[in-house]
Design a protein around this ligand. Structure first.
Ligand code: URA
Length: 237
C-alpha cells in the first residue's frame, strides 16, 4: 500500500494532509525518515509519526466489509450523478473511501457489498471468478406453463444478447409465479438481467438482488440500511 494511503487509513487525515505531513519529514518507516508519498509499505513495516517531542506508531485500520439494502433511485458510484451515491447512507468516517463490489442499476434494489479491500472485492467483480448473483425479477409478460421448461433450458444454455459476440454463461432460472422468477447469473454485463429477458421477448419491470455468492441480503435490513458483514460472510470470499 502507498505510504500516504496507509497514513490516511490509520489516522483521521485526508490524503492531502498526509502528503503535507510527509513533506515535513516527521514520518519514519522502520526508523528512517521517508518523504515520498508513493513509497510502498506493508503491515510488517513500523511507521511512526515523530514530531521531536513525541512518537506515535501507526496501525493501519483493518478493512471494512459492509452489506447494504440498496434503495431505488440511488447509484453504485462514489460520485453523485442524476441520483445520489448510496455511500451517503453509510454514516461512517471516510465512507467515500469505500468502494462498491458490483454495480446495480439506479432502479434496482437489494444486496450490495461495500468494502475498502480491493483484493476481497476482486473475488466478486472479476469475470474469471464466476461469482453467482441471484436476482428476484418481476416480468411484464406472463410465462405460461407450457413455455416454462423451454425458457429454463434456454437460460441454462446461454442467451444471445444484442450487441454481444458470445452467448451468456449458463444461468439458473427458477419460476416462482407466471410473472416472478429467480435468476442466478455468474457474469455482470451491463444491464445483463434486463437484456436477457428482452432477448426472449419479455421485459423486466422490477429487479431486486437477493444473494451474492453465499451472502444473502439480511431480511432485517430495510431499504437504505446497512450492517458490517460477519466473519463467516467475509471469509466466504
Ligand atoms: N442486471 C440488470 O439488468 N440490472 C442490474 O441492476 C443488475 C443486473
Amino acid at each position: 500500500m502507498r505510504l500516504d494511503k496507509f497514513i490516511c487509513k490509520s489516522t483521521e487525515l485526508t490524503r492531502t494532509e498526509a502528503k503535507k505531513l510527509l513533506k515535513s519529514g516527521t514520518v519514519k518507516v522502520n526508523d528512517v525518515v521517508v518523504k515520498d508519498p508513493s513509497t510502498q509499505v506493508h503491515e510488517n513495516n513500523t511507521i511512526t509519526l515523530d514530531n521531536g517531542a513525541s512518537e506515535r506508531v501507526l496501525n493501519a485500520r483493518t478493512s471494512r466489509y459492509i452489506m447494504m439494502h440498496k434503495p431505488a433511485d440511488t447509484i453504485c458510484s462514489n460520485v453523485d450523478e442524476v441520483y445520489p451515491s448510496l455511500l451517503h447512507y453509510i454514516d461512517l468516517d471516510k465512507a467515500f473511501d469505500l468502494h462498491i463490489a458490483g454495480r446495480l442499476d439506479a432502479d434496482t434494489t437489494g444486496l450490495v457489498l461495500i468494502t475498502d479491500d480491493g483484493r476481497w472485492s476482486h473475488n466478486i467483480i472479476s469475470p474469471k471468478k464466476d461469482c453467482p448473483k441471484t436476482y428476484r425479477v418481476q416480468l411484464r409478460n406472463n410465462i405460461v406453463e407450457d413455455n416454462q421448461n423451454a425458457l429454463i433450458n434456454k437460460f441454462s444454455q446461454g442467451i444471445q444478447l444484442q450487441g454481444e459476440k458470445d452467448l451468456t454463461k449458463s444461468a439458473i432460472l427458477k419460476i416462482i409465479t407466471e410473472n416472478e422468477v429467480l435468476l442466478t447469473i455468474t457474469e455482470g454485463k451491463y444491464h445483463q438481467v434486463k437484456r436477457m429477458f428482452a432477448a426472449v421477448g419479455n421485459k423486466v419491470i422490477g429487479l431486486h438482488r437477493e444473494q451474492i455468492g453465499n451472502i444473502k441480503l439480511d431480511e432485517e435490513l430495510s431499504e437504505g440500511q446497512w450492517r458490517f458483514l460477519t466473519a463467516t460472510e467475509i471469509q466466504s470470499f
